[in-house]
Design a protein around this ligand. Sequence first.
Ligand SMILES: Cc1cc2nc3c(=O)[nH]c(=O)nc-3n(C[C@H](O)[C@H](O)[C@H](O)COP(=O)(O)OP(=O)(O)OC[C@H]3O[C@@H](n4cnc5c(N)ncnc54)[C@H](O)[C@@H]3O)c2cc1C
Length: 456
Amino acid sequence: MAVVFAQLVTRGETHGVHALLVPVRDGSGRALPGVTIEDCGRKAGLNGVDNGRLVFDRVRVPREALLDRFGDVAPDGTYTSPSANESRRFFTMLGTLVRGRISVAGGAVAATEKALALAIRYGLTRRQFADPATGEEVVVLDYLVHQRKLLPALATAYALHVAQAGLVADMHDVQAAGADADEQAQRDLETRAAGIKAVATWHATTTIQTCREACGGAGYLAVNLLPQLKADTDVFTTFEGDNTVLLQLVAKTLLSDYGRRVARLDPLGRARFVADLVATAVAERTGLRAVLRRGDLRDRAYQRWLLAEREQHLLANAARRMRTALAPGADRFAVFNGAQDHLLVAARAHVDRLVSDAFAEAVERVADPEVRALLEQVRGLYALTVIEGDRAFFVEHGYLTAGRAKAVTRTVNALCGELRPHARTLVDGIGIPETWLACPLLAGEQTPAPDLAPVG
Ligand SMILES: Cc1cc2nc3c(=O)[nH]c(=O)nc-3n(C[C@H](O)[C@H](O)[C@H](O)COP(=O)(O)OP(=O)(O)OC[C@H]3O[C@@H](n4cnc5c(N)ncnc54)[C@H](O)[C@@H]3O)c2cc1C
């Protein structure tokens, strides 16, 4: 049988997407009349899962086949639902699908961490080229560029891990409330799930490739697990929603929330809002911001200010561009299409700030001061990695001077060096069972890690 999500139409009225149980094969495994079943064929990875297409042509099922938690049909075709509001019903129904998207994000984070554990541990044993001072060959993780490849990616994996844990907890709360779930909470969850799924799966794809390269030729051997990991997670950026399309969804929600916030302002609030926009434009032209606010690059509040300003700036400007789409006679498609790149970076900036906040909150919850201090450094590396990745934005819009932008890079380098002695602790702290990492790549290790329970 298949669970088919389809439009439910009774007495000529459409009630939206509902789930139906539909038999697809007879007792001997042949497709039933009207049902066409095709296999998609061999894929780049995930070949343990069969993906196929089902086509239904005039297939009938009795009305009892409807999974009726959110809506039912009486023998005379009358439709009833515990949720009278159609849009609410639609979101409740879609809400059941958010689980898949959140699971893919979780799978992406886990795969990234596994790849990082393999590459970082290999980097602690693999030696290349002698240090002229000692004549001793250097372990590759002592090279700055190697640290650069792996440690910011590890910090990002930690950040996404805690953001993902928060998402799972919120999903539990929303779904436990069932039809009574708060509509806004449900929409927020959808948006956050879309954003974190996109960012986590892109991070998985780039990081797993980096880890493969960081293990040299050994990383290319199937026996060392990385090639299969790469093949199986590649499609995570596409299924459960293409990442680009998901970030557009995030941007659209942000824009409508922003529009509602501005509409709610009283006349004084609106006047302040316009004054802020003018001040913003002036500060941008004069580079004033960078002069007015020159915080310590390692300071959490300063990092947060930069990330929040980027988010607000991109969103406010996107909203301004979108306003032209509302003018009479405007070509709405052309306006939206012309601003697509802008909308995507605004959505990305929003997710980065959310993830960064989630990490900061998680660090605060750690009771052990030594562990907290170490995690605070990891958090700082994550935040500065994001800022460094978008240096052009911060310089172009007057948040950082060119000199400060270079200082960001120097600070990232310094943090990589400071975290290098803790690299093994940090990968062990993820708590990946040793049996999952068992491969010849790690055979050179003197002291395999004990199986640790994950912290927090
Ligand atoms: C292994 C696998 C398993 C799957 N399992 C399931 C499943 O169980 N159930 C199910 O329902 N589906 C499943 N899918 C389908 C999956 O959800 C879709 O492949 C995915 O949503 C992308 O859609 P598409 O393939 O049509 O890509 P397209 O929409 O054709 O995208 C192609 C390219 O166009 C870009 N693009 C598309 N629209 C826009 C736009 N508006 N603006 C800018 N760029 C755009 C995309 O970013 C992408 O780069 C599966 C897919 C795979 C590969």
